[in-house]
Design a protein around this ligand. Structure first.
Ligand SMILES: Cc1cc2nc3c(=O)[nH]c(=O)nc-3n(C[C@H](O)[C@H](O)[C@H](O)COP(=O)(O)O)c2cc1C
Length: 186
């Protein structure tokens, strides 16, 4: 029998994306009982943008991608998480999630959340044929390929998964979920 944790937490997986990264960090700072999972690329990209994960709510934990078997994901099997946010999600991570690959911390927590029927909200980077996105040097246009857009669409068919395409959609889905489980957001 699985022992359920008395106070489940919010898991948030960050990938190596600069897409609305500051706005995402600002949202994370408002979340109570938060565990953050970083891919190796997320760690690098945050540094390139000069961003850090300071200022999170007290008790926030940060897990980095340092082991092949991703030991922190075991907590999904102990009922430690009520919800997983995956985002911003790179085209790389979305593609892996779609075909069931789980070889990074974010793809692994997504897979384990799915196997435990923990609801996931994915903020996909590649959602339209032409998009504005932010590089460390400023804003520029990006043209996601058909394969990137197809993968985002395919992920929408996954059970226990909500794919959001914009920051307001992410906020709406996240706040609705926090309200649903009775967690107050700062
Ligand atoms: C500054 C910077 C910004 C990036 N932003 C994005 C992005 O918005 N979307 C994307 O798909 N890849 C982006 N990449 C590329 C990913 O970081 C790269 O594909 C990486 O392998 C993704 O690994 P991950 O999916 O495991 O995090 C960016 C790379 C750099 C250096």
């Amino acid at each position: 029998m699985t022992t359920r944790a008395p106070l489940p937490r919010l898991g948030w997986a960050l990938t190596g994306s600069g897409h609305y990264v500051q706005e995402t960090i600002d949202l994370m700072r408002r979340m109570p009982k938060l565990d953050i999972f970083l891919s190796k690329a997320a760690d690098e990209v945050l540094r390139q943008y000069g961003k850090d994960l300071s200022g999170m709510q007290e008790g926030t934990r940060i897990f980095r991608d340092g082991a092949a078997s991703a030991p922190p994901v075991g907590n999904f099997y102990k009922g430690h998480y009520h919800t997983l946010i995956l985002g911003p999600a790179t085209s790389n991570t979305v593609a892996k999630c779609v075909v069931g690959i789980s070889d990074t911390l974010p793809t692994n927590v997504f897979a384990q959340a799915g196997k435990q029927r923990v609801p996931a909200i994915v903020f996909a980077c590649d959602t339209r044929p032409i998009m504005d996105t932010e590089a460390p040097s400023g804003w520029f246009k990006v043209y996601p390929r058909p394969v990137d857009l197809e993968n985002t669409e395919k992920l929408k068919a996954f059970s226990y998964t909500t794919v959001v395409e914009t920051l307001p959609e992410l906020e709406e889905a996240l706040f609705a979920r926090m309200a649903e489980i009775g967690e107050a957001v700062a």
